[in-house]
Design a protein around this ligand. Sequence first.
Ligand SMILES: O=C(O)CCC(=O)C(=O)O
Ligand SMILES: [Fe+2]
Length: 339
Amino acid sequence: MAEQILLSSGLQHKSLPENYKRPESQRPKLDEVIRDSNIPIIDLSLSNKAHIISQITHACQSHGFFQVVNHDIQKECLEKVVEMAKEFFRLPVEDKMELYSDDPTKKIRLSTSFNVRKETVHNWRDYLRLYCYPLEDYVPDWPSKPPLFKDVVSSYCREVRKLGFQLLGLISLSLGLEEGYIKQVLGEQEQHMAMNYYPPCPEPDLTYGLPAHTDPNALTILLQDQEVAGLQVLREGKWIAVNPVPNALVINIGDQLQALSNGRYKSVWHRAIVNSGKERVSVASFLCPCSTTIIGPPKKLTEDGSPAIYRNYTYDEYYKRFWSRNLDQEHCLELFKSQ
Ligand SMILES: O=C(O)CCC(=O)C(=O)O
Ligand SMILES: [Fe+2]
């Protein structure tokens, strides 16, 4: 029964259920994680735009991830969204079950783990997935509890979209393209959100909140819990903990920007680990190409004779392929390489 597998059902677990335990070779090896490094931090308020752009180039090539500070989203707005996510997952299980579905094609749904229909081992996470653009099409069907949910989350969605477009402009410039290039080729972009909830876990060494994956979309903007770390990014074969920075947002290149940049920028493996002491939430906003958009490298990035690394495909084709798989398989882009 679905309410039994929902981790936020209120049931306390004294030990990790068997179907969450990873075999020894797949465990997170938490003692090997690098904790005293961080991903690049970029101050968007600097007046020297050329400097910001060169920091973006470097971050996208070296880490595929960066944090932005002094962006235009108010601290109060960020705090309210995190609080709203926590309040949502604290609702009685009967209220939450109205939204439960493990069908990945549903546009508004509460689920657990990643893809319970495909996977054999589950992940220590519940998540609320919401389509967010155009807001007026989706907000009426969003959760009506907690009472402020729709207001708070839709304000945040508007702000995140603006920030996302600002970043796509900077990323275009950093690739030597016109500022509006990426935004324009991605078409009328969809915007999805995952509110992730990771309750305290009795045996965090044996499982994941989310195992290593790359994001299938174009750009991800992640609001991390300020209190509890959990995100880790793979760099040169080692996992680096992304320590929360006050009022920062974590940005990562998704698979579509790796393809569009003809492999210059990387959609990097990342994962969320859990802990035994504290619940953690994160709110991921995904900017996604319009489903009919054809993804391929701009002329400017192949005119020097560099071959196109990936074949052209529509985002619709990519997205269906992504969700037909389990999360921690090979990089989904590998399946779209040019012959
Ligand atoms: O919870 C996190 O820090 C990571 C979330 C994430 O990677 C995702 O939702 O795709
Ligand atoms: Fe992710």
